[in-house]
Structures are given as structure tokens and as C-alpha cells.
Design a protein around this ligand. Structure first.
Ligand code: ADP
Ligand code: 5GP
Length: 191
């Protein structure tokens, strides 16, 4: 797909787990492979079926993660639902060096941290139509235990509260996927 001109300012997409961030980003990367690159985070959580190491995440154990923290390799890192997640400086640099716009998928703690860096990012919040629908999506994905679903639902309420503080440049509600994708592109190609 030919790409309209896009700013090289990084784009941070956040929102409750299960809202549909990965689904939308997969579509964007597939439609515009030359324009956007994903900041591949490190995580201590186990890979889900189909998740490829180095593509969805760099999957590492806790000692390896702690070592990266010690070495100041992370731009930001946080604990989410009992696991560690972090954006390495290298992951963002790698995308920028290819001349692509870097897209980060991070939680609200990451949003707060990135706001305190010189990344000059733009912030998009993706909200679910309702908490009931969010739960149905999380359960329907079939990747989480009931305990993990509950932890993610608890965290979702905090993410939604945080979004009310106006920390993001734009909020999009992911109801109909095709319509949401159009709104996402309007935001991304806007500036
Ligand atoms: P996230 O990356 O935000 O955790 P996912 O992209 O994995 O969320 O989406 C969670 C589940 O919801 C997936 O099974 C996905 O297919 C489904 N989903 C995403 N967007 C929609 C939508 N607009 N309508 C219905 N189901 C959706
Ligand atoms: P999941 O386990 O569903 O892939 O991700 C759980 C949460 O961690 C999501 O809200 C996702 O945005 C967030 N996340 C993923 N990578 C990072 C990261 O590098 N830093 C931070 N702070 N959050 C991340």
C-alpha cells in the first residue's frame, strides 16, 4: 500500500490488555511495512502460541531482564500483571536507523516514563467499548488463565482512569475493527 507522508515522531499506543492494540498494529505493519517499525520490548512473561521471539517480544528470564536494568539498557521498564516489561534504547534506535516511524505498545507506567524522556512521542489511547466487552475479548483470545484475565481487568480500570487525566493526544474506542483502523490511520498520518 502506498504510504502518505508520515512524521518520524514515535507513536505510543496504550490501552487495556485485550483492547485490540496488537490486532490493529499487525494490520498497520502489514499495510505499510516501509513506513513503520515496532519497538520490540523485552518481557519475562511466557510466549503465547504464535508469538515469535524477537518479533512480538524479546522473551527473557528474570536474571537476564535484571541485568539489562543494571546496564541501563532500558528507556523505560515496568511490572505488569506479575511480569516485567521494558523498552530497550536499542529497540527504538533500530527502527529510527531504518528511517521508519517507531511504534511502541506500552502500559500507563511506560507512558508516564516516556513523557519524561526526549523521545517527543505522540500518545494514542485505545479504549474498549465497555469492560464487559474487554473481558469477552480477553477470554475469547484464549491466551490467559482466569487469574490472568482478572489481573488484566483490574489493571484495565486503572488504565481507563489514567486516560481521563488527558495524558494522551487522542483516544479511540475500538468497537468496529475496520472503523477503528481508519481512525488509527487518521491519527498516525495526521502530522
Ligand atoms: P491487545 O494487543 O490490546 O492485548 P489483541 O489485539 O490481542 O489485544 O485483541 C484481543 C482480542 O480481541 C483478540 O482475540 C482480537 O482478535 C479481538 N479483537 C480486537 N479488536 C476487536 C474488535 N474491534 N472487535 C472484536 N474483537 C476484537
Ligand atoms: P501483554 O502481556 O498483553 O503482551 O502486555 C501486557 C501489557 O504490557 C500491555 O499493556 C502492553 O502495552 C504492556 N507492555 C508491553 N511492552 C511493554 C514495555 O516495554 N513497557 C511497558 N511499560 N509496558 C509494556
Amino acid at each position: 500500500m502506498t504510504s502518505p507522508k508520515v512524521s518520524l515522531r514515535p507513536i505510543v499506543i496504550s490501552g487495556p490488555s485485550g483492547t485490540g492494540k496488537s490486532t490493529l498494529l499487525k494490520r498497520l505493519f502489514s499495510d505499510y511495512p516501509d513506513s513503520f517499525g515496532f519497538s520490540v520490548s523485552h518481557t519475562t512473561r511466557a510466549p503465547r502460541p504464535g508469538e515469535v521471539d524477537g518479533v512480538a517480544y524479546h522473551f527473557v528470564d528474570r536474571p537476564a531482564f535484571d541485568k539489562l536494568v543494571q546496564e541501563n539498557s532500558f528507556l523505560e521498564h515496568a511490572e505488569f500483571s506479575g511480569n516485567c516489561y521494558g523498552t530497550s534504547i536499542k529497540s527504538v534506535k533500530d527502527v529510527a536507523e531504518k528511517g521508519k516511524t517507531c511504534i511502541l505498545d506500552i502500559d500507563m507506567q511506560g507512558v508516564i516514563s516516556v513523557k519524561n524522556t526526549n523521545l517527543n512521542a505522540r500518545f494514542l489511547f485505545l479504549a474498549p467499548p465497555s469492560l464487559d466487552i474487554l473481558r469477552a475479548r480477553l477470554e475469547g483470545r484464549g491466551t490467559e488463565t482466569p487469574e490472568s484475565v482478572q489481573k488484566r481487568m483490574d489493571q484495565a480500570s486503572k488504565e481507563l482512569e489514567f486516560a481521563k487525566t488527558g495524558a494522551h493526544d487522542k483516544t479511540i474506542i475500538n468497537d468496529d475493527l475496520d472503523r477503528t483502523y481508519e481512525e488509527l490511520k487518521a491519527f498516525i498520518f495526521d502530522k
